[in-house]
Design a protein around this ligand. Structure first.
Ligand SMILES: [Zn+2]
Ligand SMILES: [Zn+2]
Length: 374
């Protein structure tokens, strides 16, 4: 029987990326794995065939040789031993224990505790000024009674008789050897004959912990604070993990943040824009004064330097950008109407122009329309 093409075996094209090759192999390996196909010789052959193809195509040099010379370039069928192939661990890591690969050997010594994440929502004002707040974190802490080893005071854990301390059991599975996490000691390599009463042998106990978190001024949504050593407690004397506090800042009804700059829109009577004057706008810590020059157009933006958000690393402030918007009175009384009519009578008649660019084109919009259609 002639050997099948490696690409054909892995059901990928000759131009497949490493990732495509890997994921296709993983799919096939799971499908034809001996554990799922007890006593099925053809599945075992397919499994072996896929492993061989993957061993070649996942290796850049071997793949190049195979592309040029075919099976002859990579030594043909002889001598391929899947149990010597190190690609398995990589492929199966993350699958946990379902096939007995165990995702690599567990260390039996002290282990660092897991990192924790805590999502903290704060008000916009708090992000501007900084705040000190307390959070309640449920976490596993190293047991004080046994110092984390899980054994009752006066006793200590002993070497696991099942795996003799290695934490793993090796056995023959079809054509190759697999290692499985030892069930008796759960991979630790040690067993506890007399468990600590406080933690029931776990080495850690769950506790609600109140922590004070200092949030610096200028913090933005998505930024996180790392509290070293405030995560889960370690086991067997290992260090604690870290706590990450992820910040979410509530939106503000008036300000929009853009980097360290703040934007806001202020509605003003059109008379204020026309005559000019000073207006007060709320700032992040104090009221700000904006000077409006005479004949200001609606939509004009004023930049107040250094009145925006403080930089979270303490390097100054952003700017506050105030955009003014003219408001037309909703209701006029008789007198106001008369005054406006008097004003209107003194204003020059306005020409409608298509855009500012055509300012020196005195034909106006109707002249342009005539040009196009006439
Ligand atoms: Zn304990
Ligand atoms: Zn064991």
């Amino acid at each position: 029987m002639s050997k099948r093409d490696y690409y054909e075996i892995l059901e990928v094209s000759r131009t497949a990326t490493d990732q495509e090759i890997k994921s296709s192999y993983r799919k096939l390996a799971l499908k034809f794995h001996p554990d799922r196909n007890q006593g099925d010789k053809s599945a075992e052959d397919k499994f072996k065939e896929a492993a061989e193809a993957y061993a070649i195509l996942s290796d850049g040099d071997k793949r190049a040789r195979y592309d040029r010379f075919g099976h002859a370039g990579v030594g043909g069928a002889q001598g391929f031993d899947p149990s010597q192939f190190t690609g398995f661990e990589d492929i199966f890591s993350g699958l946990g224990d379902i096939f007995g690969f165990g995702g690599g050997a567990r260390r039996s010594g002290p282990q660092r505790g897991a990192d924790l994440r805590y999502d903290l929502e704060i008000k916009f004002e708090q992000s501007a000024t900084g705040v000190e707040t307390s959070v309640q974190i449920p976490r596993h802490e190293t047991c004080d009674t046994c110092k984390g080893n899980g054994a009752a005071p006066g006793t200590s854990p002993t070497t696991c008789p099942q795996c003799r301390g290695s934490g793993q059991l090796r056995y023959q599975q079809g054509f190759f050897t697999v290692a499985r996490t030892c069930g008796q000691c759960r991979g630790v390599g040690k067993v506890i004959s007399k468990p600590c009463q406080t933690c029931r042998g776990n080495g850690t106990i769950e506790q609600m912990r109140k922590l004070t978190v200092k949030i610096p001024a200028g913090i933005a949504t998505g930024q996180r604070l790392r509290l070293v050593g405030e995560g889960e407690g370690g086991t067997l004397g290992g260090p604690a993990g870290d706590l990450y506090v992820v910040i979410f800042v509530r939106e503000h009804e008036f300000f929009q943040r853009d980097g360290n700059d703040l934007h806001c829109t202020v509605p003003l009577a059109f008379t204020t824009l026309a005559l000019g004057g000073e207006v007060k706008v709320p700032g992040i810590d104090a009221e700000q004064t904006v000077k409006i020059p005479e004949s200001t157009q609606t939509g004009t933006t004023f930049r107040l330097r250094g009145k925006g958000m403080p930089d979270v690393s303490g390097r100054g402030h952003g700017d506050l950008l105030v955009t003014v918007q003219a408001v037309t009175p909703k209701k006029l009384n008789k007198e106001q109407k008369k005054l406006l009519e008097q004003l209107a009578a003194t204003l020059p008649e306005q020409k409608i122009k298509p855009s500012a660019r055509d300012e020196d084109d005195d034909r106006g919009i109707f002249g342009k329309v005539k040009d196009i259609f006439g």
